[in-house]
Ligand binder design. Sequence first.
Ligand code: G3H
Length: 482
Amino acid sequence: DGELKRWEGPCQEVISLVQVQKGGTLQPVILGCYPVLNEKEALEALEAAVRAYDNGCGLWPTMPVEGRIRHMELFVRKMLEKREEVVRLLMWEIGKTLPDSEKEFDRTVEYIRDTIEALKELDRTSSRFTIEQGILAQIRRAPLGVVLCMGPYNYPLNETFTTLIPALIMGNTVVFKPPKLGVLLHYPLLEAFREAFPPGVVNTVYGSGQKVVGPIMRSGKINVLAFIGSSTVADTLKQQHPKPHRLRSVLGLEAKNAAIVLPDADIEHTVEEILAGSLSYNGQRCTALKMLFVHNRIIDTFMKQFAAKVNSLKLGMPWEPGVKITPLPEANKIGYLQELIQDAVAHGASVVNPGGGENAGSIVRPAILYPVKDTMRVYAEEQFGPVVPIAGYDDIHEPIRYVIESNYGQQVSIFGTAPDLMASLIDPLVNQVCRVNINSQCQRGPDSFPFTGRKDSAEGTLSVTDALRVFSIRTLVAAKTT
Ligand code: G3H
């Protein structure tokens, strides 16, 4: 109802896996707690969103574009006041380094500003009058209804807002569930939402997916599902909707992006790009390079330089200067990575860099695995952590076959210098994935570029401009003139 009241119900503690040294041992830190809603409370939040959409004359869905923009600009101003608090929580809740946490916040603000500009342009070009066959029509871009937004832990702010913000600014109302890891950092922003938007337009729900999101999906009142996370969860959510095939979904899912290093690649440059591409934020990016194919003619030189770079990465706490490898926030991740490493070793691979895969508390030293074969789990599974599998190849069709046969289809990187060979690879690859990166790592940005994937990697396309279209529909008002 637009008022902030003290939460009297049950709460869930958030324990950071960023550990601190206390009396000679590493200990987890309790960061705070968040409210745990029950089914009734979750459905009340949904009803608030439905009311704000259905009865929203002049309030939100029918508000002129300039009005919605003014609200969004106010939100940006309020959000900026919370920068320090959100950045601090990004470090503590998900273990992201200080520079990367600042970048996530600033990139999100930039994304909102770009969205505002893109909406002005879209409004100029898509809202128009036309007369055809004696019918005067006003064509409009209209909202879709109630959008459920859920984002992942690795970009709990940015990824969530790249759906939530365009959904909102197009006039939809939103139910938003923050990720379980990265939940507290949304708390300072609740106040900003409350101050910037009319009641019922943004509704934040907390609690377990089953108890909170399940009833919301089963109600059939969600018009768009905007979810970034695992394909298994996405499938479950869609199936909960009474008419799963009628539900509009915008999904960002898993990926297993490959790098293909050709025999004439500039090794020094390639090593730098692959290092950042595979191990930024401990490899916990959907766009990370998760399988490397290096031509056998250069593999020894590549491996020597790559292993030296990996070993030089500084391990530590997110706020320490120069740190690159930080604690992993997911409690079961270390066990999973060790399983992948053991499986690869049992099938003939070695950990190339001494100490790779070993952990101190929740910090895992990156492991380079070589030679990786298709019989190993790490060849196909998305490790989403600091493990870098490498295979040598002689025939270029081997890495191409990998890309074709993968369950995923987000991006690929190719490294080389011979223009003809590079050019001959681009068309076959771009028809299997959605972005081919030449002599550069895989990445989402710039945010004006289309971001999507084939197969189990995505549904729908996100970019500043694409997202405005995804969260709206072309409607018209038509009148006979004769
Ligand atoms: O986890 C997926 C993110 O969208 C990756 O974004 O390539 O900018 O790190 P990024």
